[in-house]
Design a protein around this ligand. Structure first.
Ligand code: N01
Length: 484
């Protein structure tokens, strides 16, 4: 193996995908790896989000690394804390934690003399042969542009910056937003607070799914017979990706209809016809990301819950004023207003060949070749890049497929077959042309506003089935790349 080129690799982000990248790079002999992490702990979204009721809405046995199956998941949908502990366990077991440089946010990556020069908030970090971004998707909180928010006299915080010093017991809490996050928080706090006012701008489709505990017998079976756990993974992958996500991608009308029926049945559990009508969405199921919950409707029907659908006028010292002049008096405001997934790793400044700046290349929208790479940015690879399968997929499954693909490109650098790899402009344009055509007729472009859409109206979803994604990620088409 003497003729294998020793590569130095920078990974941006020590969340779920960064940990995976470091582990798998080491598996293929790339040991000179540094993970740059802006925070003082690993875990990404699972570190940032600690709000009450936080759970992953992808089944636990699907939301795991293939190399670290976990027989001990306690519930069908694991809690945030359990996933964070899982990630830490994996990072420690595989010695990845030692590779992380904490409190070191990458500000700049510049391609010069065939290497990426990395600068973080701690200064110049030297040159790397390969840069891999692993910064996740939903991590830039969106703060609503509501007048007077600063005038509010009580605590007000975003769900991803939960202030645990604020006790909610007996308090009047306002939740602004009704996405997946709010749908988890409401049932988790409703029984301890005096009142929750839930400010809904757009009604949601809600798919009922119980979060059943996984019995000790089953865990013992998984431990004794890991193959049975793998079988569970395969079953879930088939149900989730093969049917559920395929239906959303427009590839299974029958399943789509049965999902919509399940959501409508769930909505029918709302006894008051007026409340039910206000909770009824006026767009197609799946246009916004589907909410998975069997606890949201029971919670909003509690006597101390109020659904507010009148538009917010402004916030003032005592609470939220709606346009009907009513003041909703509050002690605390929770901003469940989501994230900006389109910023990806920005504000990090990436400068490629001939001084090309990535944020300028992406001025009209983020475009990449198969979500992985961008022309003129050699040896720069993205996990969870533009148009990755996100939405209701298992992000870990998505990223693991992308990483396997990236490692095949990295192996060309290791073997000396190339010193520079980047996708060709024509191949990138052809890919994005096909993608734009498909996405235009997709459910996500069917007439709603969602975080899938950027400010220019580009839909950032992956418009095909997961099966196609897996096929495409099996091996790079080298004719689409420029190798130098
Ligand atoms: O954010 P969202 P989220 N005035 O963007 C409203 C993932 N996730 O944090 O629909 C009033 O879905 C906005 O209203 P509207 C998951 O992928 C995963 O809930 O735009 N309201 C909407 O109701 C999810 O999809 C898990 O009209 C305003 C809400 O805020 C993604 O994160 C758990 C407003 C934002 O909903 C984001 O979910 C939770 C304003 N100015 C989340 N601005 C797990 O599985 C925004 N809204 C771990």
């Amino acid at each position: 193996m003497d003729n294998v080129r020793k590569l130095r690799v920078a990974i941006v982000g020590a969340g779920a995908s960064g940990i995976m990248a470091a582990k798998k790079l080491r598996d293929v002999g790339v040991t000179d790896v540094v993970l740059f992490e802006k925070a003082d702990d690993l875990g990404g979204t699972w570190r940032d989000n600690t709000y009450p009721g936080l759970a992953c809405d992808v089944p636990s046995h699907l939301y795991r690394y293939s190399f670290a199956p976990n027989p001990d998941w306690s519930q069908r949908y694991a809690s945030g804390a359990e996933i964070q502990a899982y990630l830490k366990g994996v990072a420690t077991r595989h010695g990845i934690d030692r590779l992380i440089q904490y409190s070191s946010e990458v500000i700049e990556a510049v391609y010069r003399d065939g290497q990426w020069r990395i600068r973080t908030t701690r200064g110049d970090q030297g040159a790397f042969d390969v840069a891999i971004t692993a910064t996740g998707v939903l991590h830039h909180p969106v703060y609503p542009d509501i007048e007077g928010l600063k005038e509010f006299q009580g605590p007000a915080f975003h769900t991803a910056r939960w202030d645990h010093s604020v006790g909610l017991q007996g308090k009047r809490v306002g939740i602004i937003g009704t996405g997946s996050t709010a749908a988890q928080i409401l049932p988790a706090i409703i029984h301890e607070v005096e009142k929750v006012s839930l400010f809904q701008r757009t009604a949601q489709w809600v798919m009922p799914q119980p979060n059943a505990p996984i019995s000790e017998e089953r865990k013992a079976r998984y431990r004794a017979d890991p193959k049975s756990m793998d079988q569970k993974y395969q079953e879930l992958a088939q149900v989730f990706n093969g049917t559920f996500c395929a239906a959303l991608a427009g590839e299974n009308a029958e399943v789509y209809e049965s999902m919509a029926k399940a959501c409508r049945g769930n909505l029918d559990s709302v006894a008051d016809p007026v409340l039910r009508a206000r909770l009824t969405p006026d767009y197609k199921m799946g246009c916004k990301r589907l909410i998975i919950s069997d606890r949201f409707y029971p919670a909003i029907q509690q006597p101390n819950a109020e659904l507010v659908t009148t538009k917010i006028s402004h916030v003032e010292a005592g609470g939220v004023r709606t346009t009907d002049e009513r003041l909703h008096e509050l002690d605390c405001i929770v901003l469940a207003t989501g994230f900006d997934p389109h910023r990806l790793f920005r504000p990090m400044m990436v400068t490629g060949r001939n001084g090309k700046v990535l944020s300028e290349v992406w001025a009209d929208g983020n475009l990449a070749y198969r979500a992985i790479a961008v022309p003129n940015f050699p040896n720069f690879f993205m996990l969870g890049g533009p148009h990755s399968p996100i939405g209701n997929f298992s992000f870990l499954m998505t990223v693991e497929r992308q990483l396997a693909y990236v490692l095949q490109l990295v192996s060309l650098l290791q073997s000396g077959s190339a010193r520079e790899i980047s996708p060709g402009s024509a191949a990138t344009e052809a890919y994005n042309h096909a993608l734009r055509e498909k996405v235009a007729g997709s459910i996500w472009a069917s007439g709603c506003r969602s975080w899938y859409m950027d400010k220019n109206g580009n839909v950032a979803s992956y418009p095909w089935s997961f099966e196609k994604f897996e096929r495409d990620m099996q091996a790079p088409l080298l004719e689409d790349f420029e190798l130098a």
